[in-house]
Design a protein around this ligand. Structure first.
Ligand SMILES: [Mg+2]
Length: 268
């Protein structure tokens, strides 16, 4: 059994500035169905926004959703979502110093950040909008107050769609990478048989963690460079860079996911 895991925005979902192949989403749905592929969405979206994406773009329901940047895990079965029974305990045990309230208090005075709306926060996700022009000063202040004190990771990303800087504090055991590791272990699938597809920012972690990586053709240049550099440091890492000209597909978004899945034999 192979797992096909993918980021949503601008990886599986064609919501960037490049043209998408019209047939690609139907192909993705049919191929994964036909081959009984275990499909995992690994996304910054919460459950509500994931449901919206499924309806808006017509992508299939996944078997697992690692949502909220990997801080929540749900299984989709018999037409309904089910919280993973062991996940919360696993994170609490693995990141014992994690404390979202304490982080909120220590960053309260940092200039240039604004706490995100309640639907984007959860007990494992303390998130802010950042004035992107003040990014360096913000990160310096944040590092001084938070770094290394709460078993946390600090993830900064830039949403090129609306020009917003996004700052997430997460437990170091609840990220896109570790959530996917947890799903793979729970499914009894070795990491080296899990394909992960991404396009930007925080996808760097799962793309350099020992999964079979795929970068869609529209991946950020910065991400491509970072993954190539990681591959030079560690020749064991595997990543495939979708380039199009595959079965008449362009390599962008969904088409790149399909191309990468074929490359690793997911649909063999
Ligand atoms: Mg993305």
């Amino acid at each position: 059994m192979r797992i096909l895991a993918t980021d949503l925005d601008r990886t599986l979902l064609p919501n960037g500035k490049w043209d998408a192949d019209e047939s690609a989403i139907t192909m993705f749905n049919e191929l994964t169905e036909k081959h009984g592929t275990v499909v995992v969405y690994v996304t910054g979206r919460n459950l509500d926004l994931t449901e919206k994406a499924i309806k808006q773009y017509g992508v299939r329901y996944p078997d697992y959703l690692c949502g909220d940047v990997g801080t929540t895990i749900r299984r989709y079965e018999n037409g309904d979502w089910h919280d993973d029974p062991g996940w919360v305990a696993h994170v609490n045990q693995s990141s014992p110093r994690w404390d979202a309230n304490a982080i909120r208090n220590v960053v309260a005075e940092v200039d240039g950040i604004r706490q995100q709306e309640p639907e984007h926060l959860n007990p494992f996700k303390q998130s802010y909008y950042v004035d992107h022009g003040k990014k360096d000063a913000v990160l310096e202040q944040v590092d001084g107050r938070v770094k290394g004190k709460f078993d946390e990771v600090i993830v900064y990303s830039f949403d090129s769609q609306d020009g917003k800087g996004l700052l997430d504090f997460l437990p170091d055991s609840a990220t896109k990478q570790t959530a996917l590791e947890y799903v793979a272990a729970a499914s009894g699938v070795p990491k080296g048989e899990v394909v992960f597809c991404g396009d930007s920012g925080n996808d760097i972690f799962p793309l350099t963690a020992g999964f079979l990586g795929v970068l869609v053709r529209n991946a950020d240049e910065q991400l491509v460079e970072n993954v190539r550099a990681a591959m030079q440091r560690n020749p064991e890492l595997k990543a495939y860079f979708a380039s199009g000209n595959f079965q008449g597909l362009s390599g962008y978004y969904t088409s790149g996911v399909i191309e990468g899945a074929y490359h690793y034999g997911v649909f063999a």
